[in-house]
Design a protein around this ligand. Structure first.
Ligand code: ADP
Length: 270
């Protein structure tokens, strides 16, 4: 929808005339609408844990000296606080990475290093589900950008692969390069994503199964963060998935040109 604002001005002095100005505010209204949407969504998402926390606090107060009940409610209180903290953390991360192109401002980043770091940080949840993470084809692959943003993005993808897979399965992370583009694939043997959902999962707060996502500590923001980070690096992220079989997320980022890579770490590389 377009939005045109018309201003009418009548000149107060001299010859009478009317000035008509038409201003195209379409783009402004669109950005404004997206922003309002986001605020509405955030408020809605925050209400759930905040509501639960205040209810649980009241219940604990009312539990008098029923120690068993108090302990049980206290545990749930802790769980809700952890959820709230994760949500706030992701909201902050998302606002930090939205629309921040780092291709020119960024530093050379070794993708191989970024991936090992991301894999290391996902080890605990993976071990808890007896899931093996295999990294293949690693080589230094230099891209221009922000080391921390990229680590966060790959960590989100690997965490999801673990979160939406049954126990005892495998997650594969592959790094390769073709025509100056670094390609990273994250493959799981998990529940998969239907074609209709594939179109929407990169939207903020979109989840296929809200209860399941909540239960496993998801916030619904992970993939939007991923998408922004990869776009910030001049790259793209795509998805192949089959329900009940698994999913593969593919990230492609332009590599540094020949001769732009830093030398050995002593030469000042990160
Ligand atoms: P969440 O915090 O809920 O995981 P994301 O933005 O990371 O939010 O993902 C959005 C939704 O996409 C998830 O709720 C889940 O339904 C689906 N999804 C993401 N990654 C996978 C995956 N590897 N396998 C199956 N479903 C996935």
């Amino acid at each position: 929808e377009s939005s045109i604002v018309v201003h009418l001005r009548v000149a107060p002095l001299g010859d009478e005339y009317i000035l008509v100005l038409a201003e195209d505010r379409t783009e402004f209204s669109r950005t404004e609408a997206v922003r309002n949407d986001f605020v509405a969504n955030v408020s809605h998402e925050l209400k759930t844990p905040v509501g639960a926390i205040s209810l649980l606090t009241e219940t604990i107060e009312d539990a008098a000296d029923d120690e068993v009940a108090i302990r049980r409610f206290a545990q749930r209180l802790q769980l809700e606080s952890v959820r709230l903290a994760a949500l706030v953390q992701d909201i902050i991360e998302l606002s930090r990475v939205q629309g921040k192109n780092v291709v020119h401002a960024g530093l050379p980043v070794d993708l191989d290093e970024v991936i090992s770091e991301a894999v290391d940080r996902s080890r605990l949840p993976a071990e808890a589900k007896d899931i093996t993470i295999r990294v293949g084809g690693s080589l230094p692959r230099w891209v221009h950008g922000d080391h921390d943003q990229l680590t966060m993005a790959f960590r989100n993808l690997i965490d999801n692969a673990v979160r939406y897979s049954p126990e005892g399965t495998r997650v594969g992370v592959g790094l390769s390069s073709r025509d100056g583009i670094a390609q990273v694939t994250i493959t799981d043997q998990g529940i998969g994503i239907s074609p209709e959902d594939q179109e929407r999962i990169f939207e903020r707060f979109y989840r296929v199964d809200a209860a399941r996502s909540r239960q496993t500590g998801g916030t619904g923001l992970g993939l939007s963060i991923v998408k922004h980070v990869i776009t910030n690096h001049g790259g793209e992220v795509s998805l192949w998935s089959q329900q009940g079989k698994g999913s593969t997320f593919t990230v492609r980022i332009p590599e540094l040109e020949e001769g732009q890579e830093p030398g050995e770490p002593e030469d000042g590389a990160p």
